[in-house]
Design a protein around this ligand. Structure first.
Ligand code: C5P
Length: 297
């Protein structure tokens, strides 16, 4: 018997970053939107814990116990005194090291899949607690939809969204490490007063309304200057998307994937074509959101 879970990618429509905390993390006000680009995680009983991966970026995915999917299985098994003897197979469509929570998606997916396979019957709260131990973005991968994340980004409140937003995502030629982008944020912030991160009331109102033009005027990402500083060519991708008619162009999370909000599905196709032809990125995808979080299929 196998269990397969489908888990979406995310884009941040607001990412407000505070000063570095004593533990090295940053307090965030992080508005997540789950979008329809998915990884599928399948778990099957096996002699021992094993991870395999297929998909365009599969070669960059670690198959050892640093993989968040393996860590999720070990964490749940540890809590139940079980042996994490499963084969975890990841069908990967979310870009690796792209700022779209691909690794987090695999962690949330493996956790839900193992819970189902082993009949551990973990409550939603326990699953969310394990997710938060695995990484700051993992709880959101489990719940999906739209949510405000505070603390490290792991303490979630679900948000109302009044419609579907159409996006184009441009994948870059190489990845960016999230810790490196946060370090660059700290370096650029040196000597400046960093305000407490707070969710923008305007942005939350606009999300609830579902109006893409108003959302485009409200999106922000405090990590964008740091991502651009480490990866200056991303400015060309952002300019190409804007030139093609995107309502907003921003770095997704810590990057280097760039995200383009468009008026509707048709406009998304046009922007995607133009970005594809621009020579400023590796691949281009369209996806709409919000969509549901990790789901057994
Ligand atoms: O929580 P996660 O393992 O996904 O975080 C990866 C890295 O991103 C952390 O080690 C830290 O460098 C940085 N980070 C941060 N503040 C957050 C979330 C992540 O500095 N709120």
């Amino acid at each position: 018997m196998s269990v397969t879970v489908r888990v979406p990618a995310k884009v941040n429509v607001q990412l407000a970053v505070g000063a570095a905390r004593p533990d090295g993390f940053h307090d965030l006000a992080n508005v997540f939107l789950a979008v329809g680009l998915y990884d599928e995680v399948t778990v099957t009983p096996s002699d021992e814990l094993r991870v395999t991966c297929e998909g365009p970026d599969a070669a960059q995915v670690p198959l050892d116990r640093t993989n968040l999917a393996a860590r999720a299985a070990i964490a749940l098994a540890g809590r139940r005194g079980l042996d994490a003897a499963v084969h975890i197979h990841i069908a990967k469509d979310i870009p690796v090291a792209g700022g779209m929570a691909g690794g987090s998606a695999d962690g949330a997916g493996a956790l839900l899949a193992c819970d189902t396979l082993w009949g551990t019957g973990a409550s939603r709260e326990e699953l969310l607690e394990i997710c938060a131990e695995l990484g700051s973005d993992v709880p959101f991968s489990l719940v999906g939809g739209a949510a405000l994340g505070v603390g490290r980004g792991e303490r979630l409140t679900a948000l109302e969204v009044g419609g579907t937003f159409h996006w184009v995502f441009a994948m870059a030629a190489r990845g960016l490490s999230t810790p490196a982008v946060f370090r660059e944020f700290d370096r650029l912030a040196e000597g400046r007063d960093i305000p407490e991160p707070v969710a923008s009331a305007d942005l939350l109102a606009v999300l609830a309304k579902g109006d893409p033009e108003a959302l485009a005027a409200a999106v922000t990402n405090d990590l964008q200057p740091a991502a651009l500083s480490l990866f200056p060519e991303l400015a060309d991708t952002l300019a190409a998307g804007r030139g093609a008619g995107a309502l907003a162009a921003l770095v997704s999370g810590s990057g280097p994937t760039t995200a383009f909000l468009t008026r509707d599905a048709e406009s998304a196709e046009k922007v995607a074509q133009a970005l594809g032809a621009s020579g400023t990125c590796r691949t281009v995808r369209t996806a709409a959101g919000p969509v549901a979080g990790a789901t057994v299929v």
